[in-house]
Design a protein around this ligand. Structure first.
Ligand SMILES: Cc1cc2nc3c(=O)[nH]c(=O)nc-3n(C[C@H](O)[C@H](O)[C@H](O)COP(=O)(O)OP(=O)(O)OC[C@H]3O[C@@H](n4cnc5c(N)ncnc54)[C@H](O)[C@@H]3O)c2cc1C
Ligand SMILES: NC(=O)c1ccc[n+]([C@@H]2O[C@H](COP(=O)([O-])OP(=O)(O)OC[C@H]3O[C@@H](n4cnc5c(N)ncnc54)[C@H](O)[C@@H]3O)[C@@H](O)[C@H]2O)c1
Length: 461
């Protein structure tokens, strides 16, 4: 077995790991980046990018359907599944190509292929062929889809997001298990692309929404176009020929037995931690089996080990993974001189239609005396003009200081509105300072102004 001595070893060449490698190298550390699976990152290969490509095709189909409401008739709609998937894969490969080029540009001696396993706090076994001795180690191993054992009898008829982006054609039917972020994004896209789609959710939650009024308005919008079964129990699944048969029940309704070409498991993601030899380290785990760490430094307890990206379970989003990588990489290189980092305002966006988003504090995190106000997009000028007048924006402020602390929303162009509001949260602007900013006419931001005016009124009372 070969022995490699480095300052920092980074496990996982995803977004967090690559950023950690770069940050540590910038500090002058000798770093090795260890990867077991394919290079290219979850985001580019099977996550953010291919899912948004599929959604873009679905939006085009929906745009053609909606055109008639404007008096614009585009003729018979024909969706060519092979062409749709060919573009998704082609553009996906292009994005993956950029990541691969970034990996290729790293010095060969900084890259190591194989599965990393802890031998101690500072020693790793990589693929049984190399012993890596490091002053500090960054775990950036990401997550993988949760595959409940109940679905194993379905064989290749039970699929996860990774499989969707390898399709060469669209299937006839899909049951989507889970109405979280992935279930809603992919479920709505497939439905709009003409796939018979049913989304089955075991609870009443959808898309991670917390504010009850935003939730109600989003649910009404989705119910208008999607087969969405909430609080449903899956009673059994079996494989029948080339189909998956699913038996499920929604409270108050009779049991349903239906067949689908695929069951898409969108039932959350689990951290890639097992089999890593954590028991050989002094890492302490929480009740869910995740390492206990300091979110400000990403250091695990008193160990020289750091944890970055989706695997740490804070906010499993791309920009957070990149920030984590920077913090963990720098702290690992400077270890034991570890510093707390400033985090950005929380921002998350779900690319459904209507789009869902949250910034700053969530509704369930608000102080008891927070001021809350809202605007409904049903009668909002610009939203109506575009026939996108669905959803609701709720805004939150600290009552005493008037500081804007968060918002949750469902509606048109929320990806942009959410950025605007996240920047205001991070700048700790007051509602009055926000209202002093310019607002054009007629734009969706005028809806934001209405909500803020109501929030100011609510605080004045
Ligand atoms: C369908 C989908 C859509 C998404 N859409 C968005 C979006 O629109 N916007 C957004 O912000 N986020 C989105 N995300 C989330 C985003 O993709 C993740 O937050 C991000 O990719 C996480 O990066 P990471 O570096 O933590 O993990 P990864 O990129 O998964 O990297 C982890 C790496 O570690 C390797 N590894 C694991 N164990 C070991 C080991 N023992 N030894 C060696 N290597 C190991 C893995 O092979 C992998 O390459 C989406 C995710 C999915 C699944
Ligand atoms: N637009 C984006 O930024 C984007 C898009 C996709 C994914 N992501 C990231 O990926 C993360 C994971 O997404 P996700 O949709 O997998 O997780 P999620 O937590 O959003 O949703 C998982 C859903 O599966 C259900 N579920 C869990 N176990 C189940 C079981 N055994 N049977 C039936 N249902 C079950 C849960 O009730 C939940 O609704 C998100 O939290 C998000 O951070 C982000």
């Amino acid at each position: 077995m070969k022995t490699l001595q480095v300052d920092v070893a980074v496990i996982g060449a995803g977004t967090a790991g690559m950023t950690a490698w770069r940050a540590a190298a910038r500090e002058g550390a000798r770093v090795v980046l260890i990867e077991d699976g394919p290079y290219g990152t979850t985001c580019a290969r099977v996550g953010c990018m291919p899912s948004k490509l599929l959604i873009a095709a679905a939006d085009a189909a929906q745009g053609a359907r909606d055109a008639a409401s404007f008096g614009v008739h585009v003729g018979g709609l024909r969706i060519d599944g092979r062409e749709v998937m060919e573009r998704v894969r082609r553009e996906r490969d292009r994005f993956v190509g950029f990541t691969l080029r970034s990996i290729e540009s790293m010095p060969e001696e900084d890259k190591l292929r194989g599965r990393a396993r802890f031998v101690s706090d500072t020693v790793l076994d990589v693929g049984g062929h190399t012993r890596v001795e490091a002053r500090a180690i960054v775990i950036a191993t990401g997550t993988r889809p949760n595959v409940p054992a109940q679905y194993e009898p379905l064989g290749e008829r039970a699929i996860v997001n990774d499989d969707v982006f390898e399709w060469h054609d669209l299937p006839e039917s899909v049951l989507v298990l889970g109405a979280g972020v992935i279930g809603l994004e992919l479920g709505q896209a497939l439905s709009r692309l003409g796939v018979r789609t049913r989304i089955v959710q075991r609870s009443a939650h959808i898309g991670g929404l917390r504010d009850p009024l935003v939730y109600q308005s989003a649910l009404a919008a989705f119910r208008n176009e999607l087969d969405l079964c909430l609080d449903a129990a899956i009673l059994g699944v079996r494989r029948v020929g080339s189909e998956a048969e699913v038996r499920y029940q929604v409270p108050g309704c009779a049991e349903v037995v239906e067949r689908f070409e695929y069951v898409l498991l969108a039932a959350g993601r689990v951290p890639n931690l097992e089999g890593m030899g954590l028991e050989n380290t002094s890492i302490k785990l929480d009740e869910r089996g995740r390492p206990l760490f300091d979110p400000a430094t990403l250091r695990i307890g008193e160990t020289p080990i750091f944890i970055a990206g989706d695997v740490n379970g804070i906010l499993p989003l791309l920009h957070e993974a990149a920030d984590d990588g920077r913090i963990a990489g720098r702290n690992a290189a400077r270890y034991p001189d570890v510093q707390a980092a400033e985090r950005r305002a929380a921002l998350s966006i779900v690319f459904t239609d209507p789009q869902l988003a949250a910034v700053g504090l969530r509704f369930n995190e608000l102080p008891p005396d927070a001021a809350v106000a809202e605007v409904d997009f049903a009668d909002q000028g610009r939203s109506r003009i575009m026939l996108k007048n669905r959803g609701k924006l709720r805004v939150y402020a600290e009552r005493d200081s008037g500081v804007f602390i968060g918002a949750e929303m469902a509606g048109p162009a929320m990806e942009h509105i959410a950025h605007l509001l996240a920047w205001a949260v991070q700048q700790r602007l007051t509602v009055q300072q926000m209202l002093a900013m310019p607002f054009y006419h007629p734009v969706i931001e005028e809806g934001v102004r209405t909500a803020l005016q109501r929030l100011a009124g609510e605080m004045a009372e």
